[in-house]
Design a protein around this ligand. Structure first.
Ligand code: PMP
Ligand code: GLN
Length: 387
């Protein structure tokens, strides 16, 4: 293993899911839904396979139907904020958001460039920055008295140097569940303009917002031409196994990302692209029902965790809830999570693995609530023995 990747080892998600399988524990670790997405979308994939649509290499930027559906989705949900894109030049289909992140960094970062990321961050960020030869500069989100995490804008400004190339952002934010507020996004946009920075913004949880609203960074003044926006069918349609994601942005930025993507995977799986095109066109009621179902699940698990004695950060978005284990007399989330399956038959993820400043994340653990009600209720019951 080369020096760039030596520090990364096996992803925490693979490790924790293996632990769940080994112990038979309820898996609230890795974030994947335990119920598949809409039947009609699965049928659309079967139809595409049967009819031979996408069984051979699809076009590099993605099939036109999906690129048009992505553009229509942007128009439908964010057109009133001025966000629109040209399906032919400003959309790129990727193998999930994971490839979109990697290809964005590989296409935009020069070796030695600094990339600022909000810590704790999704684990592929650090590895993708490293593969691109960049240097990661973490800016830490801090838990506040109000039970939410906050971005310190002064800290963010101070992190920018002459070598900073881009900000790698994520809102709604995994793992904290924070949704960046209008003022924060406006300040980030101002900083990008002032210091001439690009932004790569991972908005895969765009439809999973329970409090407040999701505002695309690209909708802020001056950001249209300096923002790469990423999303994925994994989260919005509960098909994490399909690995269909997409990038939108100016033709120039999308071309840079495509330059890298074409040598990573060349293209993404064809039949699923046709199915996701149909999924994106589902009526508003689908998106509302997804959000309302997850809101109930958030409340169910948050309440269960609070009753079990955890400190709970009720997430404004995503399908993760972060809990403080100190009220239970524990300090190390890592030790806590390693012992949790045996103590009470539940798997969670230690938040500290998403930090460079590991001490800042030590007493927190992340639970995924994209699971059936009965599973969450049973997990809440079991977690009463977590302390
Ligand atoms: N970004 C974030 C913040 C995520 O949580 C995930 C999924 N766990 C991804 C990217 C990856 O998405 P995909 O499965 O579409 O590659
Ligand atoms: N995004 C999911 C999570 O945060 C898992 C993705 C993965 O397993 N790589 O749990």
């Amino acid at each position: 293993l080369n020096r760039r990747l030596a520090e990364f080892g096996t992803t925490i998600f693979a490790e924790m899911s293996a632990l769940a399988v080994r112990t038979g524990a309820l898996n609230l670790g890795q974030g994947f839904p335990d119920a598949d997405g809409p039947e009609e979308v699965r049928e659309a994939a079967v139809r595409a396979l049967r009819e031979g649509r996408g069984n051979q290499y699809p076009p590099g930027p993605g099939v036109p139907e999906l690129r048009q559906a992505v553009a229509a989705h942007q128009e439908r949900f964010y057109g009133h904020l001025g966000v629109t894109c040209d399906p032919d030049r400003e959309v790129l289909v990727t193998a999930g958001a994971t490839e979109a992140i990697a290809a964005s960094l590989l296409g935009l970062v020069e070796p030695g460039d600094e990339v600022i990321a909000l810590e704790p961050y999704y684990d592929s960020y650090a590895a993708s920055i490293a593969m691109a030869g960049g240097t990661r500069v973490p800016v830490t989100l801090r838990p506040g008295e109000d039970g939410a995490y906050h971005l310190d804008l002064d800290e963010l400004r101070d992190a920018v140097t002459d070598r900073t190339r881009l900000l790698l952002l994520n809102s709604p934010h995994n793992p904290t569940g924070t949704v960046l507020r209008r003022e924060e996004l406006a300040a980030i946009a101002e900083l990008c303009r002032e210091r001439d920075l690009l932004a790569v913004t991972d908005e895969v949880y765009e439809h999973l917002v329970f409090d407040g609203e999701h505002l695309p960074l690209a909708s802020f003044p001056g950001m249209r031409d300096r923002t790469v926006t990423i999303s994925s069918a994994g989260k919005t349609f509960s098909f994490t196994g399909w690995k269909v994601g997409w990038v939108t942005g100016s033709a120039e930025l999308v071309t840079a990302v495509r330059s890298a993507k074409q040598y990573l995977t060349f293209v993404s799986a064809g039949p699923f692209q046709y199915a996701v095109a149909e999924a994106l066109a589902l009526p508003d009621a689908y998106y509302t029902a997804l959000r309302e179902d997850l809101r109930e699940k958030r409340d169910l698990l948050s309440q269960g965790l609070a009753e079990a004695g955890f400190g709970v950060f009720r997430p404004a978005g995503t399908y993760f809830v972060t809990a403080d284990i100190r009220p239970l007399g524990a300090e190390s989330g890592l030790d806590f999570c390693l012992g949790l399956p045996e103590r009470c038959g539940v798997v969670a993820v230690p938040t500290q693995v998403f930090y460079d400043h590991q001490a800042a994340g030590a007493p927190y653990v992340r639970f995924a609530f994209c699971k059936r009600h009965d599973v969450l209720a049973e997990a809440a019951r079991r977690l009463k023995g977590a302390g």
